[in-house]
Design a protein around this ligand. Structure first.
Ligand code: PSU
Ligand code: MN
Length: 299
């Protein structure tokens, strides 16, 4: 199986066993208003480079699952915006064969990591169990991908529009360790405090790298490294409830729920959720790079 096409610099970095960090593109195409995603994608890449690692942004372009994009490629995905397909694990084959532009989710990006042999990735917040799952079963395909792919995923927890408690329980069921970055609580994406307990607290990048190495000696699955947002928001929950009610009222379901809710929050918070989201995505990319560098240094 080798369904991914690597850029030359990513291939060379992997060949030399240097630190590589995969980045997803759903956040670029669907997570921010049209025209703003490109800056987020570029900032994540430059923070990875600044920390001494190689960014490997993932997307489907030109009938290929691509790992490592040129700036022109990244701009193509970003400018497609909502017209880019949201590509999870089940969507890659169709997107490749039909030659569509595809923005990979965390789950889709993990598939590419497996193909390429990349061990680290960063995102804003992972998907999980949606609220109201007992009536309407909606569980992100990020979760089974995490269970089956040996990658450490740096995020600011689970996106808080989800049922965070249920997602945390399911991560345990799936055998995915949740490491708290200098915290004992799972961050709530826009908010640093108040989430369920993590499985292990870590203080340094070297410690996270050592736990990942030991985990991969006994497991073929992911670890989540959850980093609290800096300057998070305290009062976003009522707005999230309003956004979810609006989604239900307008009949928004399935893949469209997350982008709808994020856009609603960005607009109704006067851009405050946008600022937090942008900053945490970039900070997570930098931390993933630090852990990847620590991992390579001890290999
Ligand atoms: N984090 C963000 N913005 C996003 C996402 C994560 O800050 O848009 C995306 C990720 O790509 C994640 C996806 O995999 O949302 C989950 O979507 P769903 O709930 O439909 O599985
Ligand atoms: Mn879903």
């Amino acid at each position: 199986m080798n369904g991914a096409v690597l850029s030359q610099e990513v291939a060379a970095a992997l060949e030399g066993e240097r630190a590589v960090v995969a980045l997803e593109t759903t956040i670029v195409a669907h997570g921010f208003p049209p025209g703003e995603g490109i800056a987020v994608g570029r900032e994540c890449e430059s923070r990875v480079r600044a920390a001494g690692a190689m960014p490997a942004t993932v997307a489907v372009l030109g009938g290929e699952l691509r790992v490592g994009l040129s700036d022109g490629d990244l701009a193509r995905v970003a400018s497609a915006g909502p017209d880019a397909r949201k590509v999870g694990p089940r969507d890659i084959g169709a997107c490749v064969a039909q030659g569509a532009v595809g923005a990979t989710t965390v789950g889709g990006t993990l598939v590419a990591c497996r193909q390429a042999g990349i061990r680290f990735m960063a995102t804003g917040g992972i998907g999980g169990v949606h609220r109201g799952y007992s009536e309407h079963l909606d569980v992100s395909a990020d979760l089974p991908a995490l269970a089956h792919t040996p990658v450490l995923v740096v995020c600011s927890g689970v996106k808080s529009l989800l049922d965070v408690q249920a997602t945390s329980e399911l991560l345990e069921t799936l055998g995915v360790p949740v490491l708290g970055w200098q915290t004992g609580e799972l961050p709530l994406f826009y908010t640093a405090r108040g989430g369920p307990p993590v499985s292990t607290r870590v203080e340094t990048a070297a410690e996270a790298a050592a736990i990942a190495r030991a985990h991969w000696q006994v497991s073929g699955g992911s670890l989540v490294l959850a980093r609290p947002p800096v300057d998070g928001l305290a009062d976003v929950e009522p707005l999230i409830e309003e956004a979810l009610r609006a989604a239900t009222a307008r009949g928004v379901t399935g893949q469209a729920v997350t982008p709808f809710v994020l856009a609603f929050l960005h607009e109704r918070s006067g851009g405050r959720t946008l600022d937090v989201n942008r900053r945490l995505a970039a900070d997570n990319a930098a931390l993933a790079a630090e852990v990847a560098v620590a991992f390579s240094a001890t290999g």
